[in-house]
Design a protein around this ligand. Structure first.
Ligand code: SAM
Length: 201
């Protein structure tokens, strides 16, 4: 018998299976797109922390609609039955010198989306500081590789640093909004920071 809510496949998990996505997290991106319209057909998108591949697949199918390019990077390979033709996949640490060079060879990007998350330890202060580090790395990549008018999505675990990152983003974008999708698990302390319409220098 399931003794924990995560033991039971919820509505989002069942829907993801039915629609052919490897993770329920796809519906977080769906909500982000519905609310903020961050990606359009033909865009060049960088997906950081892309595995198992739901965001990448959704972006291919529904957002760039088979046109444009998605550069997907993760420590682990994507887990898709077939990698779509719009996707360029890299496996490794997105912020290592080697992988970073490969990523930026495809830039600058119209949109950078990051669902990257550290392996959690259960210690909230350790987990939030690791998540903060990832968020800072993604923001640094965006400063360098996001086009003017481009959009950015960063996941961060709430613990205080999200306000600092949001303040930095406000210097870069016309609009910055924190967003907690309904598809986030109710016991999750993740939040997404959405930066829209990058300013010209
Ligand atoms: C929640 S999962 C992403 C799920 C994905 N958006 C999807 O819909 O399938 C978080 C991912 O971040 C990745 N990650 C964490 N640190 C990373 C790093 N330094 N470089 C690349 N990927 C990283 C993890 O390996 C993990 O697969």
């Amino acid at each position: 018998m399931a003794n924990n809510r995560r033991d039971t496949a919820d509505h989002y998990t069942l829907r993801a299976r039915k629609e052919g996505y490897p993770a329920r997290s796809v519906y977080k991106l769906e909500e982000i797109q519905q609310r903020f319209s961050i990606i359009k057909p033909g865009d060049t998108v960088l997906d950081v922390g892309a595995a198992p591949g739901s965001w990448t697949l959704y972006t291919h199918r529904k957002l760039i609609k088979g046109r444009g390019t998605i550069v997907a990077v993760d420590l682990n390979p994507l887990s898709l039955p077939a990698v779509p033709e719009t996707v360029i996949e890299y496996t490794g640490d997105a912020f290592s010198t080697e992988i970073r060079q490969k990523l930026i060879s495809h830039g600058p990007f119209d949109t950078i989306i990051s669902d990257a998350a550290p392996q959690t330890t259960g210690n909230r202060s350790v987990d939030t500081s690791r998540s903060e580090y990832l968020a800072e790395c993604v923001l640094a990549l965006a400063v360098e590789q996001l086009k003017v008018h481009g959009n950015l999505v960063i996941k961060i675990f709430q613990g205080g640093a999200e306000m600092v990152i949001a303040a930095q983003m406000k210097k870069l974008f016309k609009r910055v909004k924190p967003f907690k999708p309904q598809a986030s698990r109710s016991d999750s302390f993740e939040i997404f920071l959405i930066g829209m319409d990058r300013n010209a220098e």
